[in-house]
Design a protein around this ligand. Structure first.
Ligand code: USQ
Length: 532
């Protein structure tokens, strides 16, 4: 069977030198018309890796090219130079090790904003994280990986630009953002800090890439939270409406194909991601940069082969109300004997993905660059869940595998978010075009997390941050601890409300629901329909 990116050509390859050979930048024309022109006029390019080719037509496939070699994730450019912005973070560190173990030349920058913000909360990663120099030393010693690191704030364009010139990355992974919704809602200073770092930081990165590495692809971390939860039940397409999407209005049909889909972010942090989307989209349009905007669901977990290979290589694990994501927090609460904090009714539906699966998606995206000018979006999720179902699953694994007695508690919801809503997310590109199949189940990863937290030295660190787990950051600006509404035992409540649907293109969606303006407080029961 052919690998997913076997048929991609020089047109997708960052080694293909378009600059100086193909004069299309700032031409204001569509990708298609320029491509037609190139194909009809037989324009020629050079290769930065294979100078012996001289000037040639950009039609060599990855499968044919000596610089691309087959791996389990598709063809990968030999010793591909990948720069990770935010390499000290939860995802950045994990990806650096994975890419390094695949033979990529990994470079990275970080200004430790995450460490500092967690510190500001009075918390710490419950899995101990050594200073970056020690982590890098351990990566060299244990895995034989050399990570080229610089302490740089991405807002410092001079330093970041100098490092980019030195490294000449062929792909830039942008994890260099403050990733917390509650942190952005603390007060005006925090909202500004998040938006300034994220939006202005990303804008600067785009200008630098245009100047220094215009052929590199940008793999930018967006979020499923950009879309919010459309109350009409409209599917959450992958960033744009599909070509055949039609709006019926005023007795006429209007094509929506290719338009960016509406966004309805749920915090000032999520707004920053929406702004990034527009900036990246425009940069691809104006300058023919190329980017995947990765709309990632809520991530959970601690495991990849590399981070688990030595205690010094572990990635961070946050459980505080600002930086802990919900599954990780529930697992920590179960381990501590604290009833799991379900916000509100717990009917909120989100997309989720395990750390290990997310990393695999990223490798596949890096190995399969978009074409020049192509802005593409993938919805990176492997399952959709209601918060209360997550709590039930954590309680079940904790009880069955670790003999822990877990209670659930509904607390006041400090956030402003739809309490009960339809949710139909589309994620077809990763499984169908990039060969991705999720293989880490929620239960498996919960078990791994509980196993790690059960270690006495980690449990001790967890106990030290118990006081920052219960939320006190309200979207209203209030700072008071949420009150408990109800405490109950797992398995004692019926699941009702909407049934989420994940459309992967592997099978037809089987759930329909009324396409009206749903009353968020009234649960509607999804109707199951027979597949034709
Ligand atoms: N929640 C609880 N109890 C908790 C914590 C959270 O019920 O103790 C609920 C929240 O109300 C929310 C859901 O769980 O409905 C998810 O909350 P979260 O804190 O795990 O995730 P979120 O704030 O949505 O943000 C996280 C990451 C962010 C990423 C996003 C993906 O922090 O960087 O962008 O997940 S998504 O949610 O799809 O936008």
């Amino acid at each position: 069977m052919k690998l997913h990116n076997a048929e991609k050509t020089c047109w997708n390859c960052p080694a293909a030198m378009l600059k100086g050979n193909v004069d299309f930048r700032a031409c204001g024309q569509s990708v298609e018309s320029i491509r037609d022109k190139i194909e009809s006029e037989g324009l020629l390019i050079e290769c930065s890796r294979r100078s012996e080719l001289g000037l040639f037509e950009p039609s060599i496939t990855f499968e044919e090219c000596l610089e691309w070699r087959p791996t389990e994730y598709g063809y990968l450019l030999n010793e591909m130079r990948v720069m990770i912005l935010g390499v000290d973070g939860y995802l950045g560190w994990t990806l650096a090790l994975k890419l390094g173990s695949l033979g990529c030349r990994v470079s990275g920058v970080d200004c430790f904003i995450r460490r500092n913000a967690v510190d500001e909360k009075g918390s710490h990663s419950v899995v101990p994280i050594a200073p970056i120099e020690e982590r890098i030393g351990a990566a060299r010693e244990v895995l034989g990986i050399d990570i080229e690191f610089r302490e740089i704030d991405i807002l410092d364009r001079e330093k970041l630009g100098a490092f980019m010139r030195e490294v000449e990355p062929e792909a830039v992974v942008h994890y260099g953002e403050i990733p917390s919704a509650p942190y952005s809602m603390v007060d005006c200073d925090h909202a500004i800090k998040v938006q300034h770092n994220n939006v202005i930081g990303t804008l600067g990165v785009l200008f630098l890439m245009k100047e220094i590495v215009p052929e590199a692809s940008l793999i930018k971390l967006g979020t499923m939270g950009e879309y919010g939860a459309p109350l009409t039940g409209r599917p959450i397409f992958e960033g744009m409406f599909p070509a055949d999407a039609v709006l019926l209005w005023n007795d006429r049909e209007w094509s929506l194909g290719g338009e960016l889909t509406p966004r309805d972010p749920v915090s000032f942090y999520h707004v920053s991601k929406v702004q990034d989307t527009f900036n990246v989209y425009e940069a691809c349009k104006y300058w023919w940069l190329r980017s995947y905007d990765v709309m990632q669901g809520v991530i959970y977990g601690v495991h990849t082969e590399q981070v688990a290979s030595d205690p010094r290589l572990r990635t961070r694990f946050d459980v505080d109300e600002w930086f802990g994501t919900v599954v990780n927090r529930f697992v920590a609460q179960a381990a501590m004997g604290m009833p799991l904090t379900i916000y509100g009714e717990g009917q909120q539906i989100r997309g989720y993905i395990a750390l290990e699966d997310a990393m695999e998606c990223m490798v596949r995206l890096i190995s399969s660059p978009p074409e020049p000018g192509q802005y593409d979006v993938v919805n990176q999720v492997s399952g959709l869940h209601k918060v209360r179902e997550l709590a039930e699953t954590v309680a079940k694994v904790a009880s069955e595998k670790f003999d822990l007695k877990v209670e659930l508690q509904r607390v006041e919801n400090p956030r402003v978010e739809a309490a009960n809503h339809p949710f139909e997310a589309v994620s077809t590109k990763l499984p169908n075009e990039l060969g991705f199949q999720p293989d880490t189940s929620l239960e498996t990863e919960i078990e791994r997390m509980l196993g790690l937290l059960a270690r006495p030295e980690i449990m001790e660190r967890l106990r030290m941050v118990e006081h920052v787990v219960r939320p006190r950051t309200w979207w209203s600006g209030d700072k008071r601890e949420v009150e408990t509404l109800e405490i109950y035992m797992p398995g004692t409540k019926e699941t009702d409300g909407f049934t989420p649907t994940l459309v992967t293109g592997k099978e037809e969606a089987t759930t329909i629901r009324p396409k009206t303006n749903a009353d968020v407080s009234t649960p509607l029961v999804a109707v199951e329909v027979e597949k034709e």
